[in-house]
Design a protein around this ligand. Structure first.
Ligand SMILES: Nc1ncnc2c1ncn2[C@@H]1O[C@H](COP(=O)(O)OP(=O)(O)O)[C@@H](O)[C@H]1O
Ligand SMILES: [Mg+2]
Length: 319
């Protein structure tokens, strides 16, 4: 069984509302998948069903091959989760909090296991300090340690980067990547911001209105790859795209161009050609506001999806 988590036609209805609609997704063992969607998309609902906090209306979820609906306690043993912000006793040390949570578990959890998870999340130095002295990032890592106490193979985290600053997000990302790599854990992380999770995930599943819109593999592009990258589509933001197109067609007749609206010109070019294009326009005093690679625009596509929703919402409410 190479699947860590399998969502099979998961549907959740509350009253006459369909909150999650026939959601299917296979997540491989050792894979880190981001559940990405705007607020209200259904991320928390999906996660609550995965961890057995909420029943589904139809469909099923398998954790390491076991059905959440049929084997709830067995699947609970296999997974660790942070669903709501974890609560700690702030006047107690991190260690005492973990000891307390360890006692609540069915399985006996020894000091050695506690030390191990503390070291995995990088809190060894400060674990004896009171939680009230911790930064938000440290509290988040303590939450992660708590969810790892029973050494689960599957980890499910609802918006774990919420409220963290960029340095905190980067740090958290490193611990997640390490868990996936060294412990071969299967990890699901939800977020409403692609930028916060894209670098920690192998794949993102975009959900909107309770439906899976698409999944995208995040490719690691090494610097080497970027250097030898053949031609790709480049988006140029300009003062006047048709005038710029004229200039370019005259000087570089083989260049493929396509204007999009008044201000955007798409060109098919490698790095050398892009440099030439910029030069040609600059010497003609044609203002260039921005140049970007349209291949790297999962963010754009995600924004398009969420914008469509925003517009649809605005339309519906402006009538
Ligand atoms: N207990 C509930 N009763 C009714 N509607 C709910 C309930 N929980 C969530 N919803 C609705 O389900 C949709 C998805 O919510 P949620 O899963 O919290 O989204 P997300 O976590 O992606 O922001 C929202 O429209 C929300 O209002
Ligand atoms: Mg949510």
């Amino acid at each position: 069984m190479s699947l860590g988590i399998q969502l099979k036609n998961v549907t959740k209805k509350i009253g006459s509302n369909t909150i999650i609609d026939q959601l299917s997704l296979d997540i491989h063992k050792g894979e880190v998948v981001g559940l990405l969607g705007p607020n209200g998309a259904g991320k928390t609902t999906t996660i609550r069903m995965m961890v057995g906090l909420m029943k589904m209306t139809s469909g099923d979820i398998l954790i390491d091959g076991l059905s959440v609906s049929e084997k709830r306690s067995a699947t609970a043993q296999k997974l660790g989760a942070i669903v709501e912000n974890p609560d700690f006793y702030s006047y107690m040390s991190g260690l005492d909090n973990l000891r307390y949570f360890a006692k609540l578990q069915d399985k006996k959890i020894g000091r050695q296991t506690i030390d191990e998870v503390v070291s995995i999340v990088g809190l060894t130095e400060s674990i004896k300090k009171k939680v009230k002295t911790y930064s938000l990032g440290m509290k988040q890592r303590l939450g992660l340690a708590q969810s790892l106490l029973h050494r689960p193979k599957v980890l499910i985290l609802d918006e774990p980067t919420n409220g963290l600053d960029p340095a905190g997000i980067r740090e958290f990302r490193e611990y997640i990547r390490r868990l996936a790599g060294e412990q071969n854990m299967t990890i699901v992380v939800s977020s409403h911001l692609l930028s916060e999770i894209e670098l920690m995930c192998d794949r993102v599943a975009i959900i909107q209105n309770g439906r899976l819109v698409r999944t995208e593999t995040i490719k690691e592009t090494s610097d080497q790859e970027n250097l030898v990258k053949p031609s790709s589509q480049v988006v140029m933001e300009l003062a006047d795209s048709s005038k710029a197109e004229q200039i370019l067609q005259e000087k570089l007749p083989t260049l493929e161009t396509q204007s999009r609206g008044q201000r955007e010109l798409l060109i098919q070019a490698d790095k050398e050609t892009t440099a030439k294009v910029i030069h040609l326009l600059a010497v003609q005093d044609h203002p260039i506001y921005r140049v970007r690679d349209s291949q790297q625009s999962l963010e754009d596509r995600f924004l398009e999806i969420t914008d469509e929703k925003g517009e649809a919402y605005a339309d519906a409410h402006s009538q």
